[in-house]
Ligand binder design. Structure first.
Ligand SMILES: Cc1cc2nc3c(=O)[nH]c(=O)nc-3n(C[C@H](O)[C@H](O)[C@H](O)COP(=O)(O)OP(=O)(O)OC[C@H]3O[C@@H](n4cnc5c(N)ncnc54)[C@H](O)[C@@H]3O)c2cc1C
Length: 477
């Protein structure tokens, strides 16, 4: 197969555009189509939507961030609904196959800075042999799915799986209800406070919280579980990538606890130039991501020797999305805040994972550490350097303030997950799961407090929030 035979990302996008254009015109026969410009519209007939629930707190998106938000809200006395579009909870960790949780300690390994539900889930998984590690944890994320189900049910959260958040019903500066779609059609859920844990911030966007999509987004990756890989697989991919239509890049792979035949979690490629919150680009990226997995396996088949023929155990249910919309909250966390370990009176999370930015064009990644060093992992190799002069007074962890999760314009929406308000560098650090898990827990407690204190989410009592989180087992510093 040569390069010309591959579907390019742009050709897939173009095919999609043509297809959806045709579909709109077809369905237009049954309704009013406004077709006088290049873009066509159809007016949806007004109809009554069934209300399927009235809750204190409704969490949209059921990654660990969303599940932890829902559980903490329930433990704080709220009646909670949790809406997830996939068939399982866990987001990128489960449906995306990403199975690494980083350290719960500061950078020197001396102080525990993360506890709460992250620690509880690690303990539960370790009890059944489904997690390994002490300061860097590797999870069997299929088992994580089951553990998250249990957590949700134990805390009497009402789950809605296979359910997509579709739109918001606004009343002034409040979200009154959300419209959801599932096998029963379009329905509505009413709640006093909403937590947006959709990653992309779908509700935050509809509620009118301003956002931007940065230039040079970190590219997405389709992950796979592959067994019987030849030794030096990464090197083979690097050497033969051109022959199989893969551009210059660097990725990684790692073990899965207890998996047979050396099965690995593989994240060796990227789909560059993708805005994954754009439906057309997301479709194209899914197809391209899977093609890339096949290409890496073809390399292993051709050049990996006869004794080891790779076996594709599973493909991620969806492409792993690193970065899309970044929202503007009451505070924007900066790279400087992270790298210099700034302390905040409204801190709700602590992190020690370095700033890690995947190169949007060339592949590879750059790490900036809190001790002033940098590591650049590029297609050609790894180099070490410094981003600032050496000093003896290095911070050993950084903090995430609650003010990065709420915007005073909208009274009852809390953002939790990778959409919170950061610059590009800060995002590179806070985006990992052990950090966002804490953001989820804080969102849940804050949502319950907003209900019980009868205050907007920007005006809740922060000391109450920090105190309640601490009582529930979070490490609050
Ligand atoms: C390939 C890859 C490798 C990574 N490696 C690591 C790593 O090794 N360690 C680490 O800690 N982090 C890693 N990260 C980063 C980390 O996984 C993500 O930043 C983090 O999972 C984001 O969490 P989230 O809760 O914001 O979003 P997500 O995990 O994306 O969760 C969003 C959830 O919302 C649901 N959802 C979205 N839209 C809707 C909707 N409209 N209606 C209903 N549900 C919806 C989704 O299905 C999903 O369950 C990696 C990321 C990628 C992509």
């Amino acid at each position: 197969m040569n390069r010309r035979e591959f579907l390019t990302l742009s050709s897939i996008t173009a095919a999609f555009t043509a297809a959806t254009g045709a579909q709109e015109k077809t369905s237009g026969k049954a309704g009013k189509v406004d077709d006088d410009t290049a873009v066509s519209y159809i007016t949806e007939t007004e109809k009554k939507i069934r209300l399927v629930g009235d809750y204190d707190v409704c969490v949209l998106g059921g990654s660990c961030t969303g599940v932890f938000a829902a559980v903490r809200a329930a433990q704080s006395g709220a009646r909670v609904a949790l809406v997830e579009k996939q068939n399982a909870f866990g987001g990128v960790a489960t449906s995306g196959l990403v199975n690494v949780w980083h350290s719960l300690q500061d950078t020197e390994g001396k102080q525990t800075i993360i506890g709460g539900l992250t620690k509880e889930i690690i303990d539960r998984l370790q009890n059944i042999g489904a997690a390994t590690g002490k300061s860097h944890y590797i999870l069997n994320t299929e088992e994580l799915k089951i553990e998250l189900d249990k957590l949700v049910m134990e805390h009497h959260v009402t789950p809605f799986l296979h359910t997509f958040y579709a739109a918001a019903c606004m009343e002034g500066s409040r979200v009154k209800a959300v419209f959801i779609e599932n096998k029963d059609g379009r329905q509505a859920i009413r709640a006093k406070v909403f937590v947006d844990a959709t990653g992309d911030g779908d509700l935050a966007r509809d509620a009118g919280i301003p956002f931007n999509i940065r230039d040079g987004l970190q590219p997405p990756t389709t992950c796979a579980k592959i067994s019987s890989l030849p030794k030096g697989f990464a090197g083979l991919v690097a050497k033969y990538r051109n022959e199989f239509g893969l551009v210059e890049d660097r990725g990684w792979g790692g073990p899965i606890p207890g998996a047979p035949n050396g099965m690995q979690m593989c994240a060796y490629t990227h789909v560059f130039n993708t805005v994954a919150s754009d439906a057309r680009q997301l479709t194209a990226a899914e197809i391209e991501g899977r093609r890339q997995i096949r290409a890496t396996m073809d390399i292993a088949r051709k050049y990996g020797g006869d004794e080891n023929k790779p076996f594709l155990g599973s493909l991620a249910s969806y492409i792993g999305i690193r970065e899309t919309r970044s929202f503007k909250a009451n505070y924007v966390l900066t790279e400087k805040d992270v790298l210099y370990g700034k302390r905040f009176p409204d801190a709700i999370a602590n992190g020690s994972y370095h700033v890690d930015v995947h190169d949007p064009v060339k592949g590879g990644f750059i790490f900036k550490n809190l001790n002033g060093t940098t590591v650049t992992v590029a297609p050609g190799g790894t180099t070490n350097g410094r981003w600032r002069e050496a000093t003896t007074e290095n911070p050993t962890f950084y903090q995430i303030p609650f003010s990065t999760m709420v915007n005073g314009r909208v009274d009852n929406v809390i953002m939790a997950g990778r959409m919170i308000s950061t610059d590009r560098g800060a995002f590179g650090g806070i985006r990992v799961m052990v950090n966002l898990n804490q953001v989820g827990e804080a969102a849940g407690v804050a949502a319950a407090l907003s209900v019980s204190e009868n205050k907007t989410v920007s005006n809740i009592d922060i000391q109450n929030l920090r105190g309640q989180l601490s009582k529930l087992g979070a490490v609050i510093i």
